[in-house]
Design a protein around this ligand. Sequence first.
Ligand SMILES: Cc1cc2nc3c(=O)[nH]c(=O)nc-3n(C[C@H](O)[C@H](O)[C@H](O)COP(=O)(O)O)c2cc1C
Length: 162
Amino acid sequence: MKVCIIYHSESGNTRHVAQHLAAACDARLVEVTDTAGYNRLTRFVTRCKMARGEELTTIEPASIDVSGYDQLLFGSPVWAFKPTPAIHAAIQAVKGCEGMRATAFYTHGGQPGQTPEVLQRWIGERGMKCVGNAGIHQSEIESEKRTKELISILIKDSSPVE
Ligand SMILES: Cc1cc2nc3c(=O)[nH]c(=O)nc-3n(C[C@H](O)[C@H](O)[C@H](O)COP(=O)(O)O)c2cc1C
């Protein structure tokens, strides 16, 4: 089964999890970078405000061709109880995703808030079928047990989408 993992990570937690998941299923990894260039002093507040408002940002790569994959997996940090503007932009940037099976994961500091519902909604709005999501606390990213649980929740078999 061909899996493509698309993720955003600022401080490395989500990247770490994405790399472990990719190793488990031999997936293609696509890291998206937020190219907005935030002011160092105000960026925490700006990022929270943008995430709360479900805003988009500019990302690199700006377009991601996913045709030919059996499953997509999106990964995001939690910002202000929601996924990040960069993963929002990444979900908008995927090309050839219609009808595809997708799952999502998020790393957080203990308060994921509305993140799972919002990810599910954005994925559904792009015509993908969201078949699962899971969060991982930042303190658990080295946990083999938790990583195995994530794999069983997020990497689905290739039976047809219902
Ligand atoms: C701007 C900002 C807002 C955050 N808001 C939340 C939050 O609402 N709830 C939470 O549990 N963690 C929050 N965190 C913590 C991150 O979700 C957590 O550290 C995550 O693993 C970071 O992922 P990364 O290392 O891939 O960037 C926030 C972190 C930042 C930088």
